[in-house]
Design a protein around this ligand. Sequence first.
Ligand code: CP
Length: 324
Amino acid sequence: MPILGRSLLDTRTLSRNDIDEIFLKADALAPLVNPKDREIRKSNLSMRQPVVCCLFFEPSTRTRMSFQMAAYRLGCQVLTMELSAGSSLSKGETLTDTVLNFAAMRPDVLVVRYGTSRELDDLLPTLNIPVINAGSGTMAHPTQGLLDAYTLRSEWENLKGKQVLVFGDVLHSRVARSGFDVLTKLGAKIGVTGPERMMPQGPQRDALGKEFDLKFFETLDEGLPWADAVMGLRVQLERHEAKELDLEFASDYHDRYGLSEKRLELLKPGAVILHPGPINHGVEFSHGIVRDARSRVLAQVTNGVTVRAALLDLILGLGIGGER
Ligand code: CP
């Protein structure tokens, strides 16, 4: 089924062909949306101006700004509402009513980020305009899953048989779930490791392990030599009972589960390092990791603009960078 006019609420709705189509579109758009040459961008942009409406009910830097950047690069208009600032959410209006009102203004596409909300999970697929999930609760962050895989594809061309180790707060990570799905569809093998209280347990662990053929490692030290790529996940304190990061916890976590310069010695030659951000420096990564030559953390951000532009282009049928 063409991507034109579709919503993207979970990567599970994407076929392998859909992912390839998004990545090929991203390849075509990369020089336009992340241009080195201003003239190239100017000469290729559409003069049509669809309206992209971004509703962010949870904080965001990368996703929010890169959707806006991608939309502007494609020549779209952008409306953004963040949290409750200046909106009727502060007067008690529900999330559902807020989304319904924005949808009633008939933007060309809605981009929505929200915390755990069954109401919105149920509502978004019923809207009669395309919706892109910009991160929902602990369940899905489809565009992050796509951009992470696109970053690895830029590295290796083909992900088949590549081994990706995901470590840290897997239990609370929507990035992990979408990443497992996209990477598996592209043929990569996934390893996971993290502290017991941040890993799925019991039936949840069995189900996730079976769905994505996960390889569980007891420790980061055991997993690192296996990995062609290693992806750190943020400790999502806002989704934990203890919401503060005390220094004792941070230092203990880093010693036991964090990626340090010393642990980098365990990596294979050529292995690369990813993190979806934001990073807790001194917790899951030591302070120098992002600047290490193997880090692709900022490439992920650049690719986030490209992949989101590709998705917007395909959903809106803009045809920029060539029809497919
Ligand atoms: N990776 C990610 O979703 O970052 P933001 O929360 O800053 O958008």
